[in-house]
Design a protein around this ligand. Structure first.
Ligand SMILES: [Zn+2]
Length: 690
């Protein structure tokens, strides 16, 4: 390995400063944009020895004179003073006037440090003191408008740095800046600041959801191409939905960004590096892996002589952001060739967006005028995820907000309904991506995934071997208690073995471990069975079964219990909640929905709402005691939803005929009731008021 002073070695700046952790919610309430974000990233980099290979830098406060060209005086004054004593009593009230903003005593300092740090590293990279740099800054910046804090952002760090290079340090020779904003949200603030300026090419790829995703409105549309002399220098890639992953981003890189950058030929690249499009981000709902980020970055290193500054923006899953930043740091250090494969194709909607953007911008960028090969469009796509709406959800689907997001917190659950077919993007020796439906002969693609950043070369069929929770949970047994259609064993086996039974509208992918339940027994439990909601995708019109989460000794519900592993239990939950293709790969989830430690909690509290399923209908794990010393677990609605059913806010409806038949078959074939008695049991549950 090259030593730090080796002239062949790339000099990568790495800026981290604990003082930026002092910006936190005023009374300690939890918040996605919290100090642990940068701490976790830093610890991860330390554990991998990255700081020793970089030029480590401390933060430096921005000077007002460098902020002034970008932000209004009134805004600068507010951010400068908001943490002072005189604002102690007004801070909460002032924060509440802004959209998704909090202030505390550390906010002013952190905001100045974040902006100053991006200025500092940008200057060093522009000068050539550093080849590239990563600034682990917070609060983030790209939503901050000239006169307004918003979306967790106080000062627009990247915009301040870009302005600084162009207008304060002309001697450094930076005349054209490319800003790549890959945060999952549109960089509205940055766009507005350079909308008429051809010296800054602003490129943002973000969830748009037809204007409903934060920051909502038309600003993130592909029609926003810049104005006056800046026309053509603003490029938006507006995703129509969540779940976009590596293949989608790389398709945009190859078919929009890179051809434009080639022609623009920037002097430096500033990346608004949010990692909230990463897999398992709680706000983003997209699926970019660390490998995906590393490829996106690698492709940019071919421009501006590799002068790249990455400034942290969003990203709220601590593991995902740490692993993603680590992958990027390794790219900047150019230590190892990047190898990997991407197993899914871009969505149909991705090609549609790409074509719209190319059409909109082709007069400015001739490279975009070439028609994309029809072959590429037709063969390399997968159906778009179906966004659920409240009236047509399946029996255990998740509900999504349908209105525009006025807050950066927004529900983002969507689902993919088709199995993914394979598409590999394999880097050849020259770093060119080869996109094919087959692995080129002689190449052995390896998968580097979020869960194993240190993974050695793994044949891609072994990808699951590096998901640690699976091997642990495959040795733990639990009882899965079912009181709905899963009482009928062939129906339940679809979740284990895959496939579908009559009456079902779509097949299940099955669990990774397809071994049958070891034991099947029946039991009755003192809980009220009832039917609510109005429609299931699996069985059609009609209510779905719930168990009242509160026990009641006057009630008796039949329960068919399957003894399965906790790994299988998680796979059942993934499927019930349509999360089974998380991470773009079947059952490639990085974390289980229900871990061993959570079983202890649920046993103690009798029920446990699962945060990851909070938008779903079955987000509450219920503990129903033990059998053979193993916990009996089932899933039902939240207590709060029972109240909404009672009040009539949510519909209470009996099961459809199809669903009724399945329930009755389960009870009859399970030798619990005769057909007549089973029908009476279901009718009684469906007919009584809650
Ligand atoms: Zn974001």
């Amino acid at each position: 390995m090259a030593a730090l002073d080796d002239p062949r070695r790339r000099r990568v700046g790495l800026l981290y400063d604990e003082r930026m952790c002092r910006h936190a919610t005023p009374d300690g309430e939890s918040h996605p944009e919290n100090p642990e974000r940068i701490r976790t990233i830093w610890r991860k980099l330390e554990s991998e020895g990255i700081p020793q290979r970089c030029v480590v830098m401390s933060a430096k406060e921005a000077e007002d004179k460098y902020i002034a060209p970008v932000h209004a005086q009134s805004h600068i004054k507010l951010i400068r003073n908001i943490s002072s004593k005189e604002f102690d009593s007004q801070r909460l009230r002032i924060a509440s006037k802004f959209n998704s903003i909090y202030f505390n005593k550390g906010s002013s300092e952190a905001a100045y440090l974040a902006a100053g740090s991006v200025v500092e590293v940008s200057e060093k990279v522009a000068k050539g003191d550093l080849d590239s740099a990563i600034a682990l800054v917070r609060p983030p910046g790209h939503h901050a408008e000239s006169d307004e804090a918003m979306g967790f952002c106080l000062f627009n760090n990247v915009a301040i740095a870009a302005n600084f290079l162009l207008n304060e340090r002309p001697e450094l020779g930076i005349r054209k800046i490319l800003i790549v904003d890959w945060d999952v949200h549109h960089g509205n603030g940055t766009q507005n600041m350079f909308y008429k300026d051809p010296r800054v090419l602003f490129f943002s790829v973000h969830r748009f959801d037809f204007g409903s995703f934060y920051p909502a409105g038309d600003d993130g549309s592909y029609c926003m191409v810049g104005e006056g002399p800046g026309a053509g220098y603003n490029i938006n890639i507006p995703w129509e939905h969540g779940q976009c992953g590596d293949a989608d981003y790389l398709a945009v890189w190859d078919h929009v960004l890179l051809p434009v950058v080639e022609s623009y030929n920037p002097d430096i690249i500033l990346i608004s590096a949010g990692f909230d499009a990463a897999v398992r981000d709680p706000l983003g709902g997209c699926c970019v892996t660390p490998y995906g980020y590393s490829l996106m970055l690698k492709k940019l290193m071919g421009f501006a002589r590799g002068k790249i500054v990455m400034a942290l923006e969003g990203g709220y899953n601590l593991n995902s952001i740490a692993n993603s930043v680590l992958a990027c740091a390794k790219v900047l250090l150019e230590e190892k060739p990047i190898v990997g494969s991407i197993e899914v194709q871009p969505f149909e909607s991705t090609w549609r967006v790409i074509q719209e953007v190319r059409h909109e911008l082709k007069t400015f960028w001739p490279a975009l005028a070439v028609e994309l090969l029809q072959k590429v469009l037709v063969s390399n796509s997968r159906p778009c995820p179906v966004k659920l709406n409240l009236s047509s959800s399946s029996e255990s689907d998740v509900e999504s907000d349908v209105g525009a997001s006025s807050s950066i917190y927004s529900s983002n659950f969507v689902e993919i309904i088709e199995p993914l077919s394979k598409l590999n993007i394999v880097e050849d020796n020259q770093g060119q991506a080869i996109v094919s439906n087959q692995i080129p002969s002689g190449q052995n693609p390896i998968v580097l995934s979020d869960e194993c950043p240190n993974a050695q070369a793994l044949p891609d069929n072994n990808v699951h071997a590096c998901i640690p929770w699976r091997s642990v949970l495959s040795n733990i047994e639990v009882w899965y208690g079912s009181y709905g259609s899963n009482m009928w064993k062939p129906r339940f086996l679809c979740y284990i073995e895959g496939g579908k039974v009559e009456g079902m509208n779509k097949p299940c992918p099955g669990s990774r471990d397809k071994s049958s339940p070891k034991v099947v027994i029946w039991k009755t439990v003192p809980h009220r069975l009832f039917f609510a909601r109005s429609h299931t995708r699996t069985w059609g019109e009609g209510g779905v079964a719930f168990l009242h989460p509160e026990s009641n000794k006057n009630e008796k519900a039949y329960m068919c219990m399957y003894r399965i592993t906790l790994e299988q239990f998680n796979d059942v939950l993934f499927q019930e909640n349509n999360l089974h293709q998380e991470n773009g790969k079947s059952q490639g989830a990085i974390e289980p929905l229900l871990d061993l430690s959570e079983i202890g909690i649920v046993a103690q509290n009798k029920s446990l709402p699962l945060e990851a399923l909070k938008a779903g209908w079955y987000s509450n794990v219920l503990y129903l005691g033990k059998e053979d010393n193993l916990p009996i677990l089932t899933m039902t609605c939240l207590f709060s939803e029972v109240e909404r059913f009672k009040s009539g806010e949510l519909p209470v409806t009996g099961p459809s005929n199809n669903y009724m038949n399945t329930l009755v078959r389960g009870l009859v074939e399970g030798k619990q009731l005769t057909r007549e008695k089973a029908i009476a049991y279901i009718n009684d549950a469906a007919g009584r008021g809650l």
